[in-house]
Design a protein around this ligand. Structure first.
Ligand code: P6P
Length: 337
């Protein structure tokens, strides 16, 4: 029997973050490193709770409906509290924006110079049937460290985010992270040591032709989306070869985006359910840094400026070729009107 090969080329999340800090001219004080490490710790705790949920009887819904008019799952509450407490504990955050909290959380911390936007447990409606779910986050530096933090530091384009990522609680727990000017890297949680180990270095989006959309919303699709779906379901031959697409849809954004990142394709949510700050922006920064593209259909997603904390947007992200097809179809639609 092959002996288990003992890896020695180990890069942990902590050593990776420190190495990136040493290359970064803007974050020399180690504050961002501390913040990113605490997010890693929060994801470990949430992973721990998610995996024991059935046993700890923290499965199921509370009697609460959140600002999104969604039933709050017990795990949503736990995950939100874990995330908030660990980030607050760093003393480096000035403002937290959570999918679970209607208002922004302002923290009075002397070295609080960062804004963290997050969905502590996205896809939680899938918890009871064991489908992969995840945490999504984005980080901004406050606009001006000498000024009192305000919503001016939050309602900004995604291009001003300095780091973003998600942690997927699936067959394994995997943290995928990027920061300004850096590639996208994936870390798998080793349950024995509790360490996130670098397993996917410098992820580049795959090239498979996969489209991912909830066709139950077809009644609400506009002409551009309908024309795109027609083109992938009944593709025209290219150089005599019919480009075969396949359809995949989980209904949990972290799972659908993780597959799109690793395998390729396009994820479409055209009817404006997904929230800009803590779903669309982080996934868009990751997709762009992995060599893909992300759009509202009519403009680059990261150029959008949200007008309120929980603002939503249509979103299309994945292989550049597919996103540009969507954008061309919207140009045709708008010109025809
Ligand atoms: P639908 C989960 O509730 C979520 O916010 C995302 O994780 C997911 O992509 C989307 O909604 C699924 O929405 O309408 O297909 O169930």
């Amino acid at each position: 029997m092959a002996s288990e090969e003992l890896r020695t080329d180990i890069v942990t999340l902590t050593s990776h973050i420190i190495a990136q800090q040493q290359k970064s001219p803007n974050h020399t004080r180690g504050d961002l490193s501390l913040l990113l490490n605490s997010i890693g710790s929060a994801c470990k705790w949430i992973s721990n709770v998610v995996r024991k949920a059935e046993l700890l009887k923290v499965i199921g819904a509370t009697a609460v409906t959140n600002v999104q008019a969604e039933t709050v799952q017990k795990l949503d509450v736990l995950s939100n509290e874990i995330f908030i407490n660990l980030i607050k504990g760093t003393g480096r955050a000035a403002i937290l924006v959570s999918e679970e909290n209607e208002e922004a959380i302002f923290i009075n911390a002397e070295r609080g110079h960062y804004v963290v936007v997050f969905d502590p447990l996205d896809g939680s409606s899938n918890i009871d049937c064991g489908v992969s779910i995840g945490t999504i986050f984005g980080i901004y530096h406050v606009v001006n460290e000498t000024e009192k933090p305000s919503l001016k530091d939050v309602l900004r384009p995604g291009t001003e985010m300095i780091a973003s990522g998600y942690c997927m609680y699936g067959s394994s727990t995997m943290l995928v992270l990027t920061s300004e000017g850096n590639p996208v890297d994936g870390f798998t949680l080793d349950p024995n040591t509790g360490e996130f180990l670098l397993t996917h270095s410098q992820i580049k989006i795959g090239k498979k032709k996969i489209y991912s959309i909830n066709e139950g919303n077809s009644y609400a699709f506009d002409g551009a989306v309908k024309a795109y779906l027609q083109s992938v379901k009944f593709p025209e031959p290219v150089n005599g070869k019919v480009p075969a697409y396949t359809a995949r849809y989980v209904g949990s954004m972290v799972a659908d985006i993780h597959r799109t990142l690793l395998y390729g394709g396009i994820f479409l949510y055209p009817t404006g359910k997904l929230r800009i700050l803590y779903e669309c922006f982080p996934m868009s920064q990751l997709m762009e840094n992995a060599g893909g593209k992300s759009s509202t259909g009519r403009k680059r997603m990261l150029d959008v400026v949200p007008d309120k904390l929980h603002a939503r947007s249509p979103i299309f992200l994945g292989n550049t070729e597919e996103i540009e097809k969507i954008e061309d179809l919207y140009k045709k639609l708008d010109n025809a009107e």
